[in-house]
Design a protein. Structure first.
Length: 92
């Protein structure tokens, strides 16, 4: 669990004031919290609200995917069309 140092301290764990770090050892972490050296950082679940949807959102992905033009391989040779070599009337 992550904690934030309220003061600078040194010992088994050393932290500076306002430093945030994860302390995995429950006993050490609880001792530091108890004496007021650190406080737990509670990480809220990520909640996204108020997002406006448009044609580029995931719910329209199938629609957009079907409208895409297939990419060509750069190594594919492109067939060149012959230039118009027609002759005018009367020319041979």
């Amino acid at each position: 669990m992550k904690v934030k140092a309220l003061v600078s301290f040194a010992g088994i764990v050393t932290m500076g004031k306002n430093e945030v770090r994860e302390i995995k050892d429950n006993d050490v972490r609880e001792s530091l919290i108890r004496v007021g050296y650190v406080e737990e950082i509670i990480q809220p679940d990520l909640v996204i609200t108020g997002i406006k949807t448009d044609d580029n959102t995931a719910e329209n992905e199938d629609k957009v995917e079907s409208e895409k033009v297939p990419e060509t391989d750069k190594n594919d040779e492109v067939e060149e069309k012959p230039k118009n070599q027609s002759k005018k009337k009367g020319e041979n």
